[in-house]
Ligand binder design. Structure first.
Ligand SMILES: [Mn+2]
Length: 377
């Protein structure tokens, strides 16, 4: 049974500007460990080849140690490795991919047109192409059909499964017409897959989250191919003369998390915040959404300080509302009643973007009216 490792979208040397400088430097170092973790996975799974579908590098500002970590890990994989440069790390004559530092087992696609690479020892052909500019509007698979020659045909490329777009739109019909067993795609940062005719296509997603838009466990795909069904063609009185593959080998993809940390977003009732803290220090990056009713504005700075030792990184968003029973007093014939009536009508007609400000105004106003609190800073 043939097995391959499929990964993409490492975005090495991303700026990670959403984090404080120390954490963002540590995350950049951890991103740089992705290739080594993939090499370990390729070994432990016994992968026969590795397909890397682009955006391995985030942009043109790449540290030399990043390229070293990448080339070293790819060499350690000790099986054929294919790279299909994406829109972030598109191939050009000054790109790191054009340098002479790549190990012999690594093949980098450099052309926008599909090229075929034979792996006779695996009875397999890998077809791939490269971005050569930050955008590409044509379908790289248009008109392509893999020959029906009994070999396992694979695709390795960067693009979006879509009928149109700026990032190599791959029409589902083109995937179906390609007739390949497996299309290893990159570009979409969440893992996902689909079937187009006989072709299984998949995105592994990025192997480490880089922000609160890349949540949960992240990793790579291990794809296995069934033993080809073979028909022995025998002569009447001799040994088998030939083996003929019967159709396409079916592929099955399995997601394996390899991330060091996860980004998580969790809702927590403002009054249960303390109980929501984990006992052990969590390696994760967590955004808590404070929910429930609160008469006062939650003190985000002090709650964040309280939570900080429990996580690699933590941040809070206030989504609490004013207690419902408060509005019951809007009917009162008092300054508080008048104030509440006014605030309620403003809140009812408010845009989403204005609501936070109005809620804050209502809270300050009530604090001043009710408790005689001095709300000046
Ligand atoms: Mn991309």
């Amino acid at each position: 049974m043939m097995k391959l490792l499929h990964a993409a979208d490492f975005h090495l040397d991303s700026p990670l500007s959403g984090l404080p400088p120390e954490q963002s430097a540590q995350r950049r170092r951890e991103l740089r460990e992705i290739p080594a973790r993939l090499a370990a996975l390729a070994k432990s799974e016994g992968a026969d080849l590795v397909l890397l579908s682009g955006d391995l590098l985030d942009g043109s500002r790449i540290y030399p140690e990043t390229v070293r970590a990448l080339t070293q890990a790819l060499e350690e994989m000790a099986v054929p490795v294919f790279i299909a440069p994406g829109n972030h790390d598109y191939f050009h004559e000054k790109s790191p991919y054009a340098a002479a530092c790549w190990p012999d087992n690594v093949h980098i696609f450099t052309q926008p047109e599909l090229q075929a690479f034979e792996l006779p020892q695996l009875n397999c052909t890998v077809h791939g192409c490269a971005f050569t500019a930050p955008h590409r509007e044509d379908d790289p698979l248009l008109g392509f059909t893999a020959p029906d020659d009994g070999k396992i045909h694979l695709l390795c490329l960067h693009g979006e499964v879509s009928s149109a777009g700026n990032y190599a739109p791959i029409d589902p019909k083109s995937l179906e017409d390609s007739g390949v067993s497996y299309a290893a795609l990159g570009h979409i940062h969440a893992a996902g897959s689909g079937k187009a005719g006989k072709t299984l296509w998949a995105y592994p997603g990025c192997p480490e989250g880089r922000g609160f838009d890349e949540l949960g466990p992240r990793g790579a795909l291990i794809v296995s191919f069934d033993e080809p069904a073979q028909l022995a063609v025998t002569s009447p009185d001799g040994p088998p003369m030939a083996c003929v593959g019967l159709g396409i080998q079916s592929a099955a993809a399995k997601f394996i998390p390899i991330c060091r940390r996860q980004y998580r977003v969790e809702s927590v009732e403002v009054n249960s915040f303390t109980e929501a803290m984990p006992q052990e220090e969590s390696p994760d990056l967590v955004r808590f959404l404070l929910t429930g009713e609160s008469r006062i504005v939650p003190d985000l700075a002090s709650l964040t300080a309280q939570a900080a030792p429990h996580f690699f990184h933590v941040e809070l968003r206030d989504q609490t509302t004013l207690p419902q029973d408060l509005w019951a007093r809007a009917g009162e014939d008092s300054l508080t009643g008048l104030f509440l009536r006014e605030m309620r009508s403003r809140l009812e007609g408010a845009e989403e973007s204005e609501r936070d400000k109005l809620l804050l105004a209502a809270r300050f106003g009530l604090a001043a009216l009710e408790a005689g609190e001095d709300i000046r800073p």
